[in-house]
Design a protein around this ligand. Sequence first.
Ligand SMILES: [Zn+2]
Length: 203
Amino acid sequence: MFLQNIDAETRQQIDNLLALYQKSGGGLPVDIELLIASLCKVIDVDIELHERFFCLRNNRGLLMPIENGFSIEVNRLDTFAERRVTIGHEIGHILYSFDYDLYEIPQQKPERKSTTIFPNKTVERICDEIAGYILCPPDLLTDFLEHFDEILYQPDLFAEKQQTVFLFRMNFMAKKFGIPLTQLYRYIILQFGKEKLIRLIKK
Ligand SMILES: [Zn+2]
């Protein structure tokens, strides 16, 4: 079950965002600029996107309040696919966990605490899940997994030619969604359990 641990209001906002994105002509892999433009419309704030150097490579991103909205800062040392996941995660914070009162951003969800001040593992996991939901739309992900063995094996498509059929198919999906392979594994395990991945390997 997707987005099981978040409230109905946030889930609705996420679905509104994806609906507007699709209506605006957005497809796969998700067009980040169009996604952010859609988000600005859905929640009526400004969002800026910046790349910067974070000293630590595992410092993926930062969400900062700006006048009338947010600045999402991503790590320039990360790959393009990694940065996309970071942006999805920060969008999760904007929709799920930001304390709008504290930063005098349009009043919404005032009961929530900012994770900038109170980092919380549960919130981080939920924002990762929102990133997965946005970048790998659930109906498409489910469809891909149901027809996993129909993904045509074309070993020449990627640079690493010696990969197995399973790895090829997973890489193919990761490319389609524009996320790193490791994130795709994590997301499938989160949504469908480890067993699902093991069954796919054995196919
Ligand atoms: Zn976070």
